[in-house]
Design a protein around this ligand. Structure first.
Ligand SMILES: [Cu+2]
Length: 486
């Protein structure tokens, strides 16, 4: 809706004035800032009627985000970013006061084509000065956005303009280079994609192209504003300022080629892992990787300030987990003072303590999986430590977790969540009766004594025949050669 209004006004040449904080005359002639505060994943944005700026491309889809519309003026793509306080819902029931752009944190994705001349107006509605740095771009030095080094700071209430040519195709980010620790801890960041202007030997055509930023916050449970001085001890691990189950799934039709662009603006690295498929890293902030430099992976570590562009063919149907492999990053806020209670017998103790401390709960005498089910009393504005429910119960994950949903019948270009996958009969792990299971060898018995535990490497021509114990296959050190690593 707001986009249609933007273009109607832009085309009519009546760029509207948007804000009380910024003087009316100061914004006259600028593209009307497009504001969007929702958290749903917007569909791909195809510039309507803008073919003169060149080349068609397959637009990206920003996870729980959107692409900023531009106005074409004398062949220049004009954008208007507004740096401002925003309220972001991280998951239902958990909202945080952040700083962002155009109503959201992260700000909207900017999407252009190699060779485009780009003009970006930046209006500062924050209570302090700011700038924008265009991470990874080739541009004139005075456009690089480091406050004090490349330009004066943008004071509150003022608008600056940046202008440069998007010289190389790739995956980029934008963020302030002014009071950086505070402004990035408050959520000021956004994505930038420059599509190639034609067929590029190192850039494949894909059917779906997703992007999101890794970000982290320190929000005391019950509070509504991040602690901005935190250096390492963050407790909210987010993708585009959303936490599972607030993060939308990535959806693909069976057999489609999918690209995912991931940027890291947290203070630590994140090994991003996808189940069910293998992928290649096809690009970094430095541009597309050479095809001969690629190899298959199932986890890509994304270091601080880095961008990784991964690609795969979605050729296995199902709901596949996709998450950061640091297990503390797939959790919500937790108390770090909780002792490990695994193996401690609490029986009888809880009721006695609850007589004096009614909210008392025992965490984790058999591991912490119970936490996923417990209805723990929580402060008003936070998320449980582990949350999200699947078709078979609690998923016991939070934070940096979502699913890749691959479906045979997902229509091309349909990004809607298809719901949970139903495994075909006989293709799912199931409980068995003990009589059905291979007998476990008693402790200390030679391997191969029980049925079902045959030695391997062709020791037994007839696996159904009674077996003799397989020879113990150990390599003994020869000579004085000790400590040979295995
Ligand atoms: Cu992580």
């Amino acid at each position: 809706m707001e986009r249609r209004r933007f273009f109607a006004q832009a085309l009519a040449g009546t760029a509207a004035v948007a804000s009380a904080a910024v003087a009316r005359h100061a914004l006259a002639g600028l593209p009307e800032p497009v504001i969007r505060t929702g958290t749903d994943t917007a569909g791909p944005w195809i510039p309507p009627g803008v073919t003169g700026a060149g080349r068609p491309y397959r637009p990206v889809v920003t996870l729980n985000g959107w692409t900023l519309p531009f106005r074409l003026k004398d062949g220049v793509k004009e954008f208007h970013l507004v740096a401002e306080p925003v309220v972001r819902e991280f998951a239902p029931g958990f909202t945080v006061n952040l700083w962002g752009y155009n109503g959201a944190s992260p700000g909207p994705t900017i999407e252009v084509v190699e060779g485009d001349r780009v003009r970006i107006y930046v209006t500062n509605r924050l209570p302090e000065h700011t700038t924008i740095h265009w991470h990874g771009q080739r541009l004139p030095n005075g456009m690089d956005g480091v406050g004090g080094l490349n330009q004066p700071q943008i004071p509150p209430g003022k608008t600056y303009v940046y202008e440069f040519v998007a010289r190389r195709p790739g995956t980029f980010m934008y963020h302030p280079h002014a009071d950086e620790m505070v402004q990035m801890a408050m959520g000021m960041m956004g994505f930038w994609v420059t599509h190639p202007k034609g067929r590029h030997p190192w850039i494949a055509e894909v059917d779906r192209d997703y992007c999101f930023l890794l970000n982290a916050f320190d929000v005391t449970p019950g509070a509504r504003t991040p602690n901005v001085n935190t250096m390492l001890d963050f407790n909210i691990w987010a993708w585009n300022s959303r936490v599972f189950p607030g993060i939308d799934p990535l959806v693909a039709r069976l057999g489609e080629r999918v690209r995912v662009r991931i940027g890291n603006l947290t203070m630590t690295n994140h090994p991003i892992h996808i189940h069910g498929i293998e992928f290649e890293v096809t690009g970094t902030d430095g541009g597309p990787t050479r095809p001969e430099s690629r190899w298959m992976e199932v986890t890509a570590d994304i270091a601080v300030g880095q961008m990784r562009q991964i690609e795969f063919v979605a050729d296995e149907e199902g709901d596949w987990a996709m998450h950061c492999h640091k297990s503390h990053h797939t959790m919500g806020p937790m108390g770090h003072g909780v002792p490990t209670m695994i193996g401690v017998d609490h029986r009888g103790l809880v009721q006695r303590i609850q007589r004096v401390v009614p909210d008392y709960m025992v965490m984790g005498e058999r591991g912490m999986a119970d936490m996923g089910e417990m209805e723990m009393p929580l402060p008003d504005n936070t998320v449980p430590m582990m949350t999200g429910t699947g078709p078979y119960g609690p998923i016991e994950m939070g934070g940096m977790f979502t699913t890749l949903k691959v479906r045979r019948d997902q229509a091309p270009g349909d990004y809607r969540d298809p719901g949970w996958y139903r495994q075909p009969p006989g293709t799912q792990a199931r409980p068995v009766e003990m009589t059905e299971a291979p007998a476990l060898a008693p402790a200390g018995a030679p391997q191969g004594a029980g049925h079902g535990h045959h030695g391997h490497h062709g020791h037994h021509a007839n696996p159904a025949a009674p077996t003799t114990p397989a020879p113990f296959d150990a390599r003994k050190p020869t000579g004085g050669h000790h400590g040979h690593p295995h």
